[in-house]
Design a protein around this ligand. Sequence first.
Ligand code: APR
Ligand code: ZN
Length: 238
Amino acid sequence: MIDYNKSTKITVISGAGFSKASGIPTFRGKNGLWKNYDPSELATPSAFARDPIVVWQWYKWRLNIILNADPNPAHLTLAKVEQQGLDIAILTQNVDDLHERAGSQNVTHLHGEIRQARCVSCGEKFSWTLDLLNIINDIPKCNNCGSVCRPDVVWFGECLDSNILQGCIDRLFMTDILFVAGTSAVVYPVAEFPFLAQLQNPSIKIFEFNLDYTPISNIVTEIILGSVEKTLPKFFSI
Ligand code: APR
Ligand code: ZN
């Protein structure tokens, strides 16, 4: 258990494991997406340049899963903590909107949002309309300038939005309690975040929620092994 009050700054870094119980596949580990798909064929700028239709079909397939998924008890727990008036910020690597659908408001998407598309020319962003999913061989066009659009997510080899990154670092540097949940902690720069936070504030408490140990397990205050959809609600006894 931890003692916290309204002035405690709580930050949560969530990864694909957080949404696993909602039926959304993780990327690595057992049945991970990267076991069956080659990321260089689907989640890189060159893959999109080579065959945008295949990339769009894959994202439509993933979006369909997400649209049919529900937030799980882990998402709902964080939303309840926020609704109790605690200062909690979620920095998620996930492109789904389950944190928001659970009721969390303070959510930052580090790797973008699958429900948004972005024009490759003018940068205009727009959210998906459901009918997009049915047009299998179509590539969404920009409402603004008519150019081709891409999923508004961060691909391998691309940088994160610098303003978003700076905002996350600022938050980490003022964090009293950091939760790292459902992430393999192998993708940078997010994998660096717990180390940065601890360098800035050696007395920070870091709790890791995962099924297995990860490269950050040896610096955390405590690792709570198990399924996060069970362990997190218990941890907050919500
Ligand atoms: N409860 C807790 N942890 C879980 C659960 C669960 N129910 N299910 C899986 N996990 C853990 C796994 O043990 C693993 O450590 O979640 C982690 C999932 O790791 P990844 O699939 O690598 O997901 P993530 O860390 O979010 O990947 C980071 O990599 O491919 C890119 O852009 C993609 O955002 C993604 C980034
Ligand atoms: Zn445009």
